[in-house]
Write a protein that binds this ligand. Sequence first.
Ligand SMILES: *Cc1c(COP(=O)(O)O)cnc(C)c1O
Length: 422
Amino acid sequence: MNDYGHVQKQDPEVFAALEGEEQREAEGLELIPSENYVSKAVREANGSVFTNKYSEGYPGKRYYGGQTFTDQVETLAIDRAKKLFNCGYANVQTLGGANANIAMYFALLEPGDTVLGMDLSHGGHLTHGHPVTYLTKIFNFVRYKMKDPNTGEIDYDEMREVAKKEKPKIVLAGYSAYPRELNYEKFVEIAQEVGAYAVMDIAHIAGLIAGKAVKSPFDAGFDVMTSTTHKTLRGPRGGLILTRESEEIAKKIDKMVFPGLQGGPHMNNIAAKAVAFGEALSPSFALYAAQILKNAKAMEKIFLASSIRLLTGGTSNHLLLADVFGSLGIGGQEAETLLDRVGITLNKNSIADDTRKPMDPSGIRFGTPAITTRKFGEQECARVAELMVDAMKNKGDDTKLSAIREEIRTLCKKFPVPESFV
Ligand SMILES: *Cc1c(COP(=O)(O)O)cnc(C)c1O
């Protein structure tokens, strides 16, 4: 029996898509570093009756009646988020990471103000000022970069110079494709020198911070952190905004999320966030977060031994960025398609100062959050890395590729996606 009995009876077309995705996720390896598998408990809460309810406002201050249980569940989500990230305030209503960033910018800035963020080709996110976003029509984005893409160290001297010249209101840390930790003290120091807010977008590493596998920017004095809830944090698809201690900032953020930008919160999603935060507070989550890092190191070892260039020389978090064009002569798009064929899902990615186009860049980006949820250890991760290298080095050899596909299918059967983590 499947989980979708009612859909199956009522709507065979949607059921076919649900079944297809179930099978795809069961039989393939998910190496996209921004993806994960949630527990059944998170899915139950996400699919719950709370989807029926309008609850504009915040706990205790709503615009509609009937809020006994919405208040209960949103308060749980807020309190757990505060505990998880050791901070004073949490807004759990934003619908995603991009929305969280938009609300944060609008709460803290006036149109025309400047944000100092990470260069996009050095790992920053679209919402940190990519020209394709509408944000760049409203705010002025200026950049800092890595001093050397082979070590990953940020050029903090240049960052200070740009900050002094451009007078940003926000010094923004955070990334989607950067495999190292940042010097958070330096960010706070520079932000304070120019009177800016220090903000970190922890979308990718929220689970690593919650599980104490990496440092928390709040410990260095960051003012605000924005996040997704569905990446390493292993919750439902959604956003989160955390304020360390300033009630004034927290109030601005709440007002901007609602009524500034959003309407009724998705209370089913907030219930699922509460469940996921509960899981992240359990001792087993810290072990999970630590294992993500160990597994990434195991993959690093194989790639380096195979003489494949890794940006920043390796990894200190959950993700790796490999220059497959420079090392193997295979473009990022071709590598993505080839690995998809053998059952490995990852994404092509630009590397620092890439000479190739974004739709067919030089690199691939991959990571260990999802396979670690599947209980892969270092040994399995090393094997996956070997299979990846093997596939890329034997791209024309159909027999070889079929054998790799078979081995991956077997590995997936041996490590089914668990239903519960606590
Ligand atoms: C994924 C990501 C986002 C956007 O999250 P969505 O939920 O897709 O809107 C924002 N910032 C960073 C750094 C991210 O990695």
